[in-house]
Design a protein around this ligand. Structure first.
Ligand code: FDP
Length: 326
């Protein structure tokens, strides 16, 4: 079954009243990620490796593939009448594609190429997306009021990992479903339906080089995790959020990006990294927190807001919280 058939079928059974608008929107994202996957695969053959010489709004070096991925998604979404606003990690401001209306009711937020510092060395990278609907009762022109909604309001989210194979995972609030891109027919085919995250797992994933900069509670957790009492944890850190999350989703464990002295708010972005992955994690039976509350309950205050993130198997997230409360 292809992803398009799967989305249509689930909508028909679970939401017979649905108009098919969300399905159309998701098909724009799947198309864009197929194009990006193709660029990623041929990156060493054409002149698209390396950086552009620019830095983005986050002060990070912009890679050429970042730009290609950003524009590819923008174009694919631009052809859908139902997308009003697009927010990207690569853009300083939201792009208004169409004025929000009952027809153009969706807002799509995304990180076009996550883990981009890994592009040149062939490490897995990914695309993360989140879909919101326009808010009712908002004054005309108040664009940010539509965008700054807590993650609980997401109507869909997902990610694509460009790796040994290209895999897409998505949720619309009724479980997490995974598809593998079949290059022979150019379609995403269902590979795992209703994915559940193991309730626990003996893998922790964190950049331990920052350990002395982490809050005391996190440092204590990192001491504990290596003890005999903890029972044999292993460390895995790819440094590409999508890849570290994908492993955690399938095998269990916990991924942490706590606040550091250098980045007291954490490094990861709330709206288009933490929120979509938290939606997926919770739909798969896992958990995600910023140390104070569920990620999905956080009321955002800025477009490129950063957040600490602890995400993964429920028991492992709770274990981290038993050492650290922000
Ligand atoms: P990158 O800087 O390569 O884009 O979101 C940014 C991100 O990667 C995540 O994918 C990754 O988990 C994290 O940063 C890695 O940060 P550190 O290098 O500080 O560990």
């Amino acid at each position: 079954m292809t992803i398009e058939q799967h989305i249509q079928e689930r909508q028909r059974v679970l939401h017979p009243e649905a108009t098919g608008q969300l399905t159309m929107l998701l098909s724009a994202i799947t198309l864009a990620t197929k194009i990006i996957a193709d660029h990623v695969r041929r990156a060493g053959l054409v002149d698209i490796l390396g950086c552009t010489g620019q830095t983005n709004v986050q002060g990070e070096i912009v890679q050429k593939l970042d730009i290609i991925a950003n524009e590819t998604i923008a174009r694919c979404l631009g052809y859908r009448d139902n997308v009003g606003i697009m927010v990207s990690e690569e853009d300083d401001e939201p792009r208004i594609l169409k004025e929000l209306s009952s027809k153009a009711k969706y807002i799509v937020l995304f990180d076009p190429l996550d883990g981009s510092s890994n592009i040149d060395v062939n490490v897995s990278i990914g695309t993360i997306f989140s879909v919101l609907q326009r808010r009712r009762g908002v004054e005309a022109g108040k664009v940010m009021d539509h965008i700054l909604q807590p993650g609980l309001k997401q109507v869909a989210s997902g990610y694509v990992i460009y790796s040994s194979s290209t895999v897409m995972a998505y949720t619309t609030g009724d479980g997490v479903h995974m598809f593998t891109l079949d290059p022979s027919i150019g379609a995403y085919r269902l590979s795992r339906e209703s994915v559940t995250m193991p309730p626990g797992g003996k893998t922790y994933s964190v950049n331990e080089a920052y350990r002395s900069q982490f809050p005391d509670g996190i440092q204590e957790y990192l001491e504990w995790v290596k003890t005999d009492e903890a029972g044999g944890y292993g460390l895995r850190y790819i440094g590409s959020l999508v890849a570290d999350f994908h492993r955690t989703l399938l095998k269990g464990g916990v991924f942490l990006y706590p606040p550091t002295k250098k980045t007291p708010q954490g490094k990861l972005r709330l709206l288009y990294e933490a929120n979509p992955l938290a939606f997926i994690a919770e739909q798969a039976g896992g958990a995600a927190t910023n140390g104070r509350q569920r990620i999905l309950k956080v009321e955002p205050t800025a477009l490129h807001e950063r957040t600490p993130l602890v995400i993964g198997s429920k028991a492992e997230v709770d274990r981290v919280l038993s050492f650290w409360r922000a």
